[in-house]
Design a binder for this molecule. Structure first.
Ligand SMILES: Nc1ncnc2c1ncn2[C@@H]1O[C@H](COP(=O)(O)OP(=O)(O)OP(=O)(O)O)[C@@H](O)[C@H]1O
Ligand SMILES: O=P(O)(O)OC[C@H]1O[C@](O)(CO)[C@@H](O)[C@@H]1O
Length: 360
C-alpha cells in the first residue's frame, strides 16, 4: 500500500481530528503517504485533497497541520453532506478518483458509512470506516467518536442551567441533538440528575408527554416538596418542539398553580463543538490503528468498532476493537433505530428501571 486517502463526512464530531492525526502518523511510520480529502465526499468528487504527510529524513512524517490538530474539535479536513453521492453517477465519479489511491478511510456517521459500503460493493473500492457521530446511532459499536465529548458538554450545560433554575424555582426543558436516536438524552439525563427524559424510542405521543410532564412539575413544586428545580431532557427525535411543549405545559399548570415558570433551552450545535474528551481521543487513536492495519491487510467494506455490544466481529490485537463487515453494521443500525436491536431494547429497559427516579 503506497498511498491512502482519509475523509471526514456527515456532522462533525469531536475526536475526528484525533483519528486523522493518528491514522496519518501510523501510515507515515510505515512509509504510506496520506492525502486528506476535503469536505467529505464532496472533495472526493472534485479531487480536492492535500498531502497530510511530507518527506522527512529517513521516510515520511505528518505535516505540521496534522501534528498539532489532535486536540481540536471540528475537522481540519472539513465535513459535508454531499448530495451527489446519493446518486450512482456521483459514486462512480468518486470511485474513479479513488483509482489514484490504494485505500480510503471514511470517518463519519451511518450515512457516511452507507456511502463507503456502496463504494466497496459497487466499485470494488478498498474502504474501511471509522464510526464518528455524536448521535451514537451506529450499529455494532458501543460508542462512536464524539459521543463522550458531546455528553460531557450536555452535562456541563445542564449543571449550569440547574444553577439558574434553582435560583428561580423553575422548570427547564432542555433539548439535545441525536436525530432519531435518544441515546444522548437518556445518558445525559442520568448523569445530569434530571427529573425526566423524553426520547422517541419511548413511543409516547404529544398529549401523553404534556400530561406526564405537567404531573411531574405539579408534584415537584407542591409546597411541601422543597424542590427547587425540575429538569427535563428532551431528545431532538421527539417531534414536539420545545417552545410548544413549554406553552402547553404553562396553559395546563397556570390555572392550578398560579404563576409557574417554565423555560426551554435548545442546546443544538453547541454540543458538537469543543475539544474532544480523553475517552474520544483514546478511542479515535485505537480506531485509527485498527483501520490502517485493516487496509494494509487487504480488508475492505468494513468498520472498526469499540467494545461491540454484539457477539462476533473480527478480532484485532486490541481487545476493545473489532472489525465488522459494513453490511452487518448497516443492518444493525437499522434495527437500532427501529427498536428491533437488543441494544435499543436494553437502553429503554434501563431507563424504565430508573423510572421511579426519572419520574416519567
Ligand atoms: N444511502 C447513501 N448512499 C450513498 N451515500 C450516502 C448515503 N447516505 C449518506 N451518504 C453520504 O454520506 C454523507 C453523510 O451522511 P449523513 O448526512 O447521513 O451523515 P452521517 O454520516 O450519518 O453523520 P451524522 O450522524 O453526523 O449525521 C451524505 O451527505 C452522503 O454524501
Ligand atoms: O448540522 P446539521 O446538518 O444541521 O445536522 C444536525 C444533525 O446532525 C447531528 O448533529 C449529527 O448527526 C444530529 O444530532 C443533528 O440532527
Amino acid at each position: 500500500m503506497r498511498r491512502v486517502g482519509i475523509l471526514t463526512s456527515g456532522g462533525d464530531a469531536p475526536g475526528m481530528n484525533m483519528a486523522v492525526r493518528a491514522a496519518t502518523l501510523i501510515a507515515a511510520q510505515r512509509g504510506i503517504e496520506v492525502v486528506g480529502i476535503e469536505r467529505g465526499y464532496e472533495g472526493l468528487l472534485d479531487r480536492s485533497w492535500r498531502a497530510l504527510t511530507r518527506k522527512a529524513e529517513g521516510g515520511l512524517a505528518p505535516t505540521h497541520e496534522v501534528d498539532v490538530c489532535g486536540h481540536l474539535g471540528g475537522s481540519i479536513l472539513g465535513s459535508a453532506r454531499c448530495k451527489a453521492f446519493y446518486t450512482a453517477e456521483g459514486r462512480a465519479r468518486g470511485a474513479e478518483a479513488l483509482r489514484e489511491l490504494d485505500g480510503l478511510v471514511v470517518i463519519g456517521g451511518n450515512g457516511s458509512l452507507t456511502g463507503a459500503h456502496a463504494l466497496a460493493t459497487e466499485h470494488g473500492a478498498k474502504v474501511v470506516g471509522i464510526p464518528a457521530s455524536i448521535d451514537n446511532d451506529i450499529g455494532c459499536t458501543a460508542s462512536a467518536i464524539g459521543v463522550d465529548s458531546a455528553l460531557n458538554t450536555i452535562v456541563e450545560a445542564c449543571d449550569r442551567i440547574s444553577d439558574t433554575a434553582r435560583a428561580h424555582r423553575r422548570a427547564f426543558v432542555v433539548e439535545v441533538m441525536g436525530r432519531q436516536s435518544g441515546y444522548l438524552c437518556m445518558a445525559s439525563a442520568i448523569a445530569a440528575g434530571a427529573d425526566a427524559a423524553l426520547y422517541r424510542e419511548d413511543g409516547r405521543d404529544e398529549d401523553a408527554i404534556v400530561g406526564s410532564v405537567a404531573d411531574l412539575i405539579r408534584r415537584s413544586f407542591e409546597a411541601d416538596r422543597g424542590k427547587q428545580r425540575v429538569l427535563v431532557i428532551k431528545a431532538e427525535g421527539v417531534e414536539v418542539p420545545c417552545t410548544r411543549l413549554v406553552r402547553r405545559l404553562t396553559e395546563v399548570l397556570e390555572p392550578e398553580l398560579g404563576e409557574v415558570s417554565i423555560r426551554a433551552t435548545v442546546l443544538g450545535h453547541l454540543v458538537r463543538g469543543g475539544n474532544p474528551s480523553f475517552l474520544d481521543r483514546m478511542i479515535a487513536g485505537r480506531f485509527a490503528l485498527a483501520a490502517i492495519d485493516a487496509l494494509a491487510a487487504g480488508a475492505t467494506d468494513e468498520m472498526v468498532a469499540w467494545q461491540s455490544p454484539l457477539p462476533g466481529g473480527i478480532a484485532t490485537p486490541d481487545r476493545s476493537v473489532t472489525r465488522w463487515p459494513l453490511a452487518a453494521v448497516l443492518e444493525e443500525t437499522e434495527k437500532l433505530l427501529d427498536g428491533r436491536s437488543p441494544v435499543t431494547q436494553a437502553r429503554v429497559a434501563m431507563m424504565q428501571r430508573v423510572s421511579g427516579v426519572l419520574s416519567i
